[in-house]
Each structure stands twice: as structure tokens, then as C-alpha cells.
Design a protein around this ligand. Structure first.
Ligand SMILES: [Zn+2]
Length: 276
């Protein structure tokens, strides 16, 4: 049986190529990607209609739309990349080339577990560590945005402590703490699905956004209950917030630090990522 490492001492790429297809959250259109090992460290993207143009993903290219993380590549945007990036960073995987046939990364089940399973299918192999792989941090940092806070303190290993506080009773206040390792990421974080709210869903649908959002790829909360139970964990929402944070740090590299987050968001995570 496949076993993920219990520390980030080594860094990996995948041993073969993976193809996955599904709907894109924004367009609702079918989109397909092929993930392959690459000769250079980092994450590279090309589009199937311009295969010779290969972009290296970089923090400066990241933009946030209302609902997902988009990355600007030449004249196009590649949408909904955060869960795939989270799966790479969480598993300690780099040296990757992603070929995209479409505009988005497929949402699959709204978590990162399908990507992890795909890596397990082809296997992983050790590669030389990039300099930003588990990088040393010399100073503490803190950023705030309205009543949200993210802070980082240098540490020997990465530890994340995150809290959310929603007015919806089905979610309420949730706190989760994790000593991050590939094994803990795969077991505790990767299966946690994205979540949304019924009223917000209806509004966004009317605006023609999230055409691909449905009850198979997001947990939907309606006040004091979930529309599509069962949950995979009683505290699935806070675990998904941590999944998103790991994705938002993927391009700068996970830091050797204790990270504390209160009411996190992609834009708050981006403030921390840009400072690393
Ligand atoms: Zn997410």
C-alpha cells in the first residue's frame, strides 16, 4: 500500500502522467488537464492550443476573483488552481508540468483528495529540493484585514492553527490545529471539500457565475443545516480553509513556521505569501 512520508525531509515529483477531466467552477464547461513530471523545479503550465508556450507559475501572477484563485498567463487567466496547488504543496511535490485543455482546472469533488489519489496511482519519486522547499523563516509577521488576522512565527516544523467564525449555525466557530506533514495532509486535510451558502449560491447563479458549482463539488450550508450531508469530518469547513491556505502558499513554498489564522481568506493568505 502507498504510504506518504511523515515529514518534509524529501521532495518529490510524480513518476508518470495523470489525466483528469471535469467541469470548471466558473464556466461549467468540460475541462481537461494532464499532469507530468518536469525537468525543472516548480510548477509549469501550457495550454493545449499553444503547446510550446510554457509558463512558470509565480506568486506575482496570482489574482483573486470573487470565488477562486486565478493565475494570469500571457493574455489568459487560468481559474480555480488553488486545490491542485494545495495537493502539490501538501504532498511535497514539485517539478511539475500541467497541460490544460480548457480555461480552468477541473473542480472534481471540491477537495484535493482526487489529486492525491492520482499521485498515488502513478507513484512519486525523489527529486533535488528547491531552495524554497520548507524554507527557514527569520522573523515573525502579522497581517490584518478587517477583523481577520494571519500571523507567522519561526518554528522547526510547519504547524497551522486556524479558526473560522460564521453566523450560520451549521458552521459556527471551528478551530483546527495540524502539524503538517505529507501524511497528515493526505489524511486530515485533502478530503475536506469546499463549502458555500445557499443564499449566496442563488445570487451567484443569477449573475451567471459558478455555472459549474453543484451539490457534487461543494458542501452547501443553509443556516443551521447542510443541504447535502453527510460531511466527511464534523469540522470539514475549517479543514478546507487550511487546504486553501496551503494552496495559497504553494508558489512561495511552505515556511518552517507556526501559522495562526483567524477568519482566513484567499486575499489574507496572499498578503502572507507575498511577504515570504
Ligand atoms: Zn477551496
Amino acid at each position: 500500500m502507498f504510504s506518504w512520508p511523515s515529514n518534509y525531509d524529501d521532495c518529490f515529483t510524480i513518476s508518470g502522467s495523470i489525466t483528469r477531466e471535469g467541469v470548471g467552477l466558473h464556466s461549467g464547461e468540460k475541462t481537461k488537464i494532464r499532469i507530468k513530471p518536469y525537468d525543472y523545479e516548480g510548477y509549469y503550465v501550457s495550454f493545449s492550443d499553444t503547446p510550446n508556450k510554457i509558463y512558470k507559475l509565480d506568486q506575482s501572477l496570482i489574482g483573486n476573483t470573487m470565488l477562486c484563485t486565478a493565475i494570469k498567463l500571457g493574455k489568459r487567466n487560468l481559474y480555480t488552481i488553488e486545490h491542485l496547488l494545495s495537493s502539490f504543496a501538501g504532498c511535497g511535490i514539485t517539478y511539475i508540468h500541467i497541460e490544460v485543455d480548457g480555461k480552468e482546472i477541473p473542480l472534481l469533488d471540491g477537495s484535493a483528495i482526487q489529486w492525491v489519489k492520482a499521485f498515488e496511482e502513478v507513484g512519486i519519486k525523489k527529486v533535488p529540493k528547491p531552495i524554497n522547499f520548507m524554507k527557514e523563516i527569520n522573523e515573525s509577521k502579522m497581517f490584518t484585514q478587517n477583523d481577520s488576522v494571519i500571523s507567522l512565527i519561526p518554528a522547526k516544523q510547519i504547524k497551522i492553527i486556524s479558526t473560522i467564525d460564521f453566523k450560520y449555525e451549521a458552521i459556527g466557530v471551528q478551530t483546527y490545529t495540524i502539524e503538517l506533514t505529507p501524511r497528515n495532509y493526505v489524511n486530515m486535510i485533502a478530503p475536506a471539500r469546499t463549502f458555500g451558502f445557499k443564499d449566496q449560491f442563488e445570487e451567484l447563479n443569477e449573475l451567471g457565475l459558478i455555472k459549474g458549482g453543484n451539490l457534487d463539488n461543494a458542501l452547501v450550508c443553509d443556516g443551521d443545516k447542510w443541504i447535502n450531508p453527510p460531511l466527511r469530518f464534523a469540522n470539514e469547513p475549517i479543514r478546507h480553509k487550511i487546504l486553501d491556505l496551503i494552496g495559497d502558499l504553494a508558489l512561495v513554498g511552505l515556511p518552517k513556521a507556526q501559522i495562526m489564522v483567524y477568519k482566513g481568506s484567499h486575499s489574507l493568505n496572499a498578503l502572507l505569501a507575498s511577504s515570504l
